[in-house]
Design a protein around this ligand. Structure first.
Ligand SMILES: [Zn+2]
Length: 424
């Protein structure tokens, strides 16, 4: 079987294959803008791509995982102005919070964790290429991407030009910025206000636009063409559409990215989770009651592209399911302290082999974790109920192999919150 993954540009699922003649697979995921607290919606995105990262490695690929930090942009600078704090200090504070929460969810840290402020030369050289390719123009100390010069703009989102503008305006576009020829043209370089950080450039002191930061950082670590680019579904337009236009416009190498993949949004109380609506569910609040494995189990039980409507009752169910998986692992360890050579799948008891095959088939189907999870639970029940110690050991070890290695559950210590609500 082959892993098939959804690609937004081509539409539908496509069999995954690395770009020929490369040693590693490139996986770039748009990271946080560290100006405020993260929420469970962010965790869903990063845990989803963590499962992809783990599954690609399970399949034998060498993955270079890059996740950026947008540490200079309008939101960062606005928040720093409000709190009177230096924007980099503000960013560092929230990055620490983000990393602590993601560590509690057993997230594998990226190979590269680049910051926009440390990639200004790469941003400037990309803008120079776009200007010399007649895809960008300078005006009033700003530089804009000329959307009318790129007939392929829209290839990712499939939006009409008329539909694009209101969405872009909702997501950071300033339609009447000084010097813009068309309200949809997006900013590559902008003149800094007197109290904002500024870097020298051929167009005067300024700072980078949001989209160009990601193009510069992804290409710095993964080259002009790579396999997978991810992020939350709300980044598809204009952020990813613009990243694509900049990268292909500057280098001429197409396609820039083979698979554009997006994680669904989380809602709570009937609305998309957002700070402005005040309906945020915070990971650090949930961690006071639930172990990291319960939260991770809840997140990985949802398909990564689905819209998730969070309820605490379902999280409580996940806490019990995660505890069941852990008990199966513990029982297997008691039966057989040594790893019974799982690589030798020929020797697996037939029922263990069948659940494993169905689990992997579900994962190959665009990471269909909601279909894979019941197979894992069935293995756990097998491990707990079997009278044959060989079946218990193999089923329990298979729970660990699939649940920990691929889905990233810890399945180890018994946190107090679980111990008090479940029987051992
Ligand atoms: Zn990005």
């Amino acid at each position: 079987m082959t892993l098939r993954l959804h690609d937004a540009r081509r539409g539908g699922l496509h069999p995954f294959a690395p770009i020929p003649n490369r040693d590693s697979i490139g996986l770039y995921v748009c990271g946080v803008t560290p100006y405020d607290t993260g929420h469970l919606g962010h965790a869903f995105t990063y845990v989803s791509f963590d499962v992809l990262h783990r599954y690609l490695e399970y399949l034998g690929h060498d993955v270079i995982y890059v996740q950026n930090l947008t540490d200079v942009d309008d939101d960062m600078l606005r928040k720093a102005r409000e709190t009177g704090e230096d924007y980099l200090a503000l960013g560092n504070r929230w990055v620490t919070t983000f990393l602590t929460e993601m560590a509690a969810l057993n997230w594998l840290p990226p190979d590269h964790y680049p910051r926009a402020t440390q990639h200004i030369p790469q941003v400037l050289s990309l803008i120079e290429k776009l200007v010399s390719n007649d895809l960008a123009y300078a005006a009033e100390g700003n530089v804009f991407f000329d959307v009318s010069a790129d007939p392929s703009y829209g290839q990712l989102s499939k939006l009409s030009r008329t539909d694009m503008l209101p969405i872009a305006n909702e997501r950071g576009n300033v339609p009447d910025m000084a010097g813009k020829r068309d309200p949809l043209d997006f900013v590559l370089w902008q003149r800094s206000l007197p109290d904002e950080p500024a870097w020298a450039s051929a167009w005067g002191p300024g700072r980078p636009g949001w989209h160009i930061e990601c193009s510069a950082m992804s290409m710095t670590y993964l080259g002009t063409q790579f396999e997978i680019h991810g992020g939350g579904a709300d980044l598809l337009f204009p952020h990813h559409e613009s990243e694509l236009a900049q990268a292909e416009g500057a280098t001429g190498d197409r396609p820039f990215v083979a698979w554009w993949t997006h994680a669904g949004m989380l809602s709570y109380d009937g609305d998309k989770m957002s700070k402005s609506l005040g309906n945020l569910v915070l990971v650090r609040d949930l961690l006071r009651t639930y172990p990291g494995d319960a939260i991770r189990h809840y997140l990985v039980s949802r398909h990564y592209r689905s819209e998730v409507h969070f309820t605490e009752a379902e999280l409580a169910v996940s806490a019990e399911s995660a505890a069941l998986l852990r008990r199966a692992c513990v029982r297997a360890e008691q039966q057989s302290p040594a790893d019974p050579a799982l690589a030798d799948v020929v020797d697996l008891p037939p029922m263990v082999a069948e659940h494993r095959t169905r689990f992997l088939a579900a994962m190959d189907d665009d990471l269909n974790t909601p279909l894979a999870m019941p197979e894992l639970e069935a293995l756990a029940r097998l491990a707990l109920d079997a009278t044959d110690p060989h079946v218990t050991a193999q089923a329990g070890w298979m729970v660990r192999e699939l649940g920990a290695r691929i889905l990233g559950l810890r399945l180890t210590a018994v946190p107090a919150a679980v111990r008090s609500t479940t029987a051992a």
